[in-house]
Design a binder for this molecule. Structure first.
Ligand SMILES: Cc1cc2nc3c(=O)[nH]c(=O)nc-3n(C[C@H](O)[C@H](O)[C@H](O)COP(=O)(O)OP(=O)(O)OC[C@H]3O[C@@H](n4cnc5c(N)ncnc54)[C@H](O)[C@@H]3O)c2cc1C
Length: 431
């Protein structure tokens, strides 16, 4: 492919689409991005609201930091973003204490936390983790909560893991995949997570500029209605209004479910069945502001004693550029149980935040990630039913590649997108 200039259409400008489009534009292909919404970036950008960087999804966190897949992707497309890497990445708030949490589980953990979690026998942790990883290679997986018990974790340890998976994957530990979680932790080589100093929107703007400087074009507010497949090959897309855009290659970043819908009869039945089994994650993001400093640290705060709020990102402690002078700004994540009354859970979560942060804080905005709200595709499927997520290339359709959060792979949050991009780019470079 490196030798032929191809016409490429990228459907969706989420992180996976932007990165892959930038990669292909850099390889001198003719790239056109087509985005349904009026803003680009999907779940990985922010809106400036009165000087506060309010996200469409991502909390400006950059999992894996400078050693992760995502950072590697950015280097490959020539985009530089300043990061801070707080150490440790996580603090656990419990019983009036703040305990630092290290992901290696044993080495540098505080003895207080090790005792409570029950994870202190290094030999057992390593042996059990390896046997889970080997099981995963043979197609056997277990829930992360069960994995925690196997490494010796107490019920307090399982509760902590549950808060962590709800915060970072939006699934409870009883539903998260132990194997995917272990592979994600291992792939980060216990490196530090990063935080985008100028926010997710800055990274998206730089990715756009990198592509445009190589001749790529962007059409926003242009939903793709259909991916045109003829003779087992993707030939282009039909946009709302009926216009046909021809292409040699279609990169689908609109999410697995929507991509299958756009394929209509050409979608493989096996994939429709598998993706149908995936359950969308849902939750609330609370944007909180205050005139006084709300946290004494710059790490993700896992709120172990709260039932609804899983964790809080102290945004303005990490970067002063994401909020107006004189203010402090945090983002809290609440997992939503779709089987229970959403309004009651919302009220309970807001009440918890007030009691945790103080009655004087202003809960300035709550975004609900449920169904198709508030941006386009918000179904996070990482960590659950890993095997049911589709591969980058659907069987029987040439010239069409899927990229993004719903595609099979591993990695925490957008690290999964980075990992899936690198895998896809190796295929594309050879094609
Ligand atoms: C609340 C929340 C907090 C998060 N926090 C973090 C974090 O701090 N750090 C982190 O790394 N990750 C975080 N994530 C995860 C991260 O946001 C996702 O992994 C990532 O943004 C997904 O990117 P994607 O490539 O799958 O594309 P998406 O963001 O899903 O974008 C898909 C794009 O396709 C477009 N589209 C859909 N249908 C069509 C159509 N028919 N035609 C044209 N375009 C279409 C959509 O409008 C959208 O722009 C968070 C997610 C959520 C929901």
């Amino acid at each position: 492919m490196a030798h032929h200039r191809r016409r490429v259409i990228v459907v969706g400008t989420g992180l996976g689409g932007l990165l892959t489009g930038a990669f292909l534009a850099r390889r001198r292909h003719s790239v056109s991005f087509v985005e349904a919404q009026s803003l680009i970036g999907g779940r990985f950008t922010h809106i400036d609201y009165q000087g506060f960087a309010v996200p469409t999804g991502a909390f400006h966190a950059f999992p894996g930091g400078v050693r992760g897949h995502l950072f590697h992707c950015l280097c490959k497309v020539g985009v530089h973003v300043p990061l801070v890497e707080p150490a440790p990445s996580v603090h656990v708030a419990t019983e009036g204490q703040l305990l630092p949490l290290h992901l290696d589980m044993t080495r540098s953990q505080s003895s207080e936390l090790r005792k409570r979690m029950g994870v202190y026998r290094r030999g057992r942790v390593i042996r059990s983790s390896l046997s889970m990883l080997v099981g995963g290679m043979m197609g056997r997986d277990i829930p992360a909560a069960e994995g925690m018990r196997r490494i010796g974790g107490t019920e307090a340890g399982v509760r902590l893991l549950d808060h962590l998976t709800k915060f970072s994957l939006s699934v409870p530990a009883e539903e998260a995949s132990a194997v995917e979680l272990l592979r994600s932790i291992r792939s980060q080589r216990f490196g530090r997570d990063g935080f985008l100093v100028h926010g997710s929107g800055d990274m998206v703007t730089k990715l756009r500029t990198a592509s445009e400087s190589r001749g790529a074009t962007f059409r926003t507010a242009t939903p793709v209605r259909r991916i045109v497949v003829d003779g087992g090959r993707a030939r282009g897309v039909e946009i709302e209004g009926g216009e046909l855009l021809e292409a040699d290659l279609v990169i689908a970043n609109a999410g697995a479910r929507r991509t299958l819908e756009m394929l209509g009869d050409a979608a493989p039945q096996d994939m429709i069945d598998r993706v149908g089994r995936l359950r969308s994650a849902c939750g609330f993001t609370h944007a909180v502001r205050s005139r006084r400093r709300m946290h004494e640290h710059s790490s993700i705060e896992i709120t172990l004693d709260l039932e609804h709020i899983a964790g809080i990102m102290p945004v303005s402690n990490l970067s002063p550029f994401l909020c107006p002078e004189g203010w402090h700004f945090s983002l809290a994540y609440q997992w939503l149980d779709p089987e229970r009354d959403a309004q009651a859970q919302l009220e309970a979560g807001r009440g918890e935040l007030r009691s945790h942060l103080g009655d004087d804080v202003d809960l300035m905005n709550t975004a609900c990630y449920y169904g198709r709200n508030p941006t386009a595709n918000i179904a996070q499927m990482i960590g659950q039913h890993g095997k049911d997520r589709p591969p980058a290339q659907l069987p029987g359709i040439d010239g069409l590649y899927l990229v993004g959060h719903d595609v099979r792979g591993y990695g925490t949050a957008a690290e999964l997108v980075g990992e899936s991009c690198l895998r896809l780019w190796r295929t594309l470079a050879k094609a």
